[in-house]
Design a protein around this ligand. Structure first.
Ligand code: UD1
Ligand code: UDP
Length: 381
């Protein structure tokens, strides 16, 4: 039998959540000699991406360093498409892998398609049914879905959404979500090295005896009204003496300006810099409730039995809502505040949501993806 060259797979990502959800796959690909795994980061995020690269021990083969403050979507997209195309022309990979629905993922898939390189899409098939919620992610992921060769859907719901769009069912695989692999990995690291999360000790001491609520918010569709409402809801919640809100603020200047104006100086609100992944996992463990518009947090919090109030009008992750661990509260101030107070004051309501439930994966997703790729390249595991 003649020896086969390893299949060169270029993994492309650029933001914090993509890095978190792809590091387990990069590790699994690098561990298998049948693959030659190259990593290209766009650095659409800089500091928040580097936090993940550090903890995961990934040194990218290419770094486009595209982040600029307040960049328009057009400028970002143009820079990404040409930059990623150039890397692909240099590397000539056999396959390109992207994750989710960011501008980097969409441009990575498009640049690969323009070169007729097969695209593997991790976290495929999430759909809200509304092209402006989340914006622009709903359309980004539909564009990727139109080009992908293999679609790794986290759940049956996302697989069904793809098949309803006439994607060939033979190309769709339910794998779970790699975020659970990442969360399990980081939890094991923290258990072995507790000093990885020592940076939260000051906040733990400052808020000892208070009921901790974790907050994150960054969605573009909430700019121009929604974010102000979220800030006002946090301000009203913070009037209660028994609670403390811990809020790692997204560095997007449009988010910072609103949150600083409304919340700076409130005694029981800690607005802090983005936490690295171990510290954020620790925050999830510390808090009673998560108040968030993040996609990834909607998947992680249920896995840890933390109720999530989702500050969005729609969700592409109905599994958490169906399981009873997540609730949509939108961006109306009263709905957010009453939803949160109900969980704080009604023990039965809290208990019914606070069940560790894991509709999004079992921690074996990266392994499954690699096995499916091996089958695709004719090298069964
Ligand atoms: C991006 C993704 C979104 C994803 C989110 C995760 C797009 C269009 N949006 O949104 O899908 O849910 O990331 O967080 O792809 N910034 C920093 N440091 C950082 C990161 C960001 O200063 O480490 C600032 C920069 O000024 C940057 C701005 O935040 O221009 C916005 O970043 P960008 O990636 O364009 O959009 P996000 O809102 O972060
Ligand atoms: N996260 C983090 N530090 C923080 C806030 C979030 O590591 O300060 C992690 C979180 O655990 C999740 C991911 O970042 O895995 C979510 O990223 P984000 O909310 O920016 O993007 P989304 O998931 O909405 O695309």
């Amino acid at each position: 039998m003649t020896a086969q060259h390893p299949t060169k797979i270029l993994v492309v990502f650029g933001t914090r959540p993509e890095a978190i959800k792809l590091f387990p796959v990069v590790a699994a690909l690098k561990a298998d000699p049948r693959f030659d795994c190259k990593v290209c980061v766009s650095a659409q995020h800089r500091g928040m991406l580097d936090q993940v690269l550090d903890i995961a021990g990934i040194t990218p083969d290419h770094d486009l360093d595209v982040m600029k403050p307040d960049q328009s979507l057009d400028a970002l997209t143009a820079t990404l498409l040409t930059g990623l195309g150039r890397v692909m022309d240099g590397e000539t990979p056999d396959r390109v892998m992207v994750q989710g629905d960011t501008a980097t993922a969409m441009c990575g898939a498009l640049a690969a398609y323009y070169r007729k390189i097969p695209v593997d899409h991790v976290e495929a098939g999430l759909r809200s049914g509304n092209i402006y919620h989340p914006w622009p992610e709903e359309v980004n992921r539909k564009i990727i879905g139109a080009m992908a060769s293999l679609h790794f859907a986290p759940t049956e719901v996302s697989a069904a959404a793809l098949i309803a769009e006439n994607v060939d069912p033979a190309r769709v695989h339910v794998t779970g979500n790699t975020v659970i692999d990442a969360l399990q990995w980081v939890s094991t690291r923290i258990a072995a090295e507790p000093e990885l999360v020592s940076g939260l000790a000051e906040i733990e001491a400052r808020f000892a005896g208070k009921r901790i609520i974790g907050v994150t918010s960054h969605r573009r569709e909430n700019f121009g009204g929604g974010l102000e409402n979220i800030a006002e809801a946090i301000r009203q919640i913070a009037q209660r003496d028994d609670v403390a809100l811990v809020f790692p603020v997204h560095p997007n200047p449009s988010v910072r300006a609103v949150m600083d104006a409304a919340l700076k100086g409130l005694p029981n609100v800690a607005m802090i810099e983005p936490l690295d992944y171990p510290h954020f996992a620790r925050l999830l463990g510390m808090c009673e409730i998560m108040l968030t518009d993040s996609g990834g947090v909607q998947e992680e919090a249920p896995a840890l039995g933390r109720p999530v109030l989702v500050m969005r009008e729609t969700t592409e992750r109905p599994e958490g809502v169906a399981a009873g661990t997540a609730k949509l509260v939108g961006t109306d101030v009263t709905t957010i505040v009453t939803g949160l107070f109900k969980l704080l004051d009604d023990k039965a309501a809290y208990e019914s949501m606070a069940r560790a439930h894991n509709p999004f994966g079992d921690g074996q997703t990266a392994r499954r993806i690699v096995e499916l790729l091996l089958r695709e390249i004719g090298q069964e595991a």
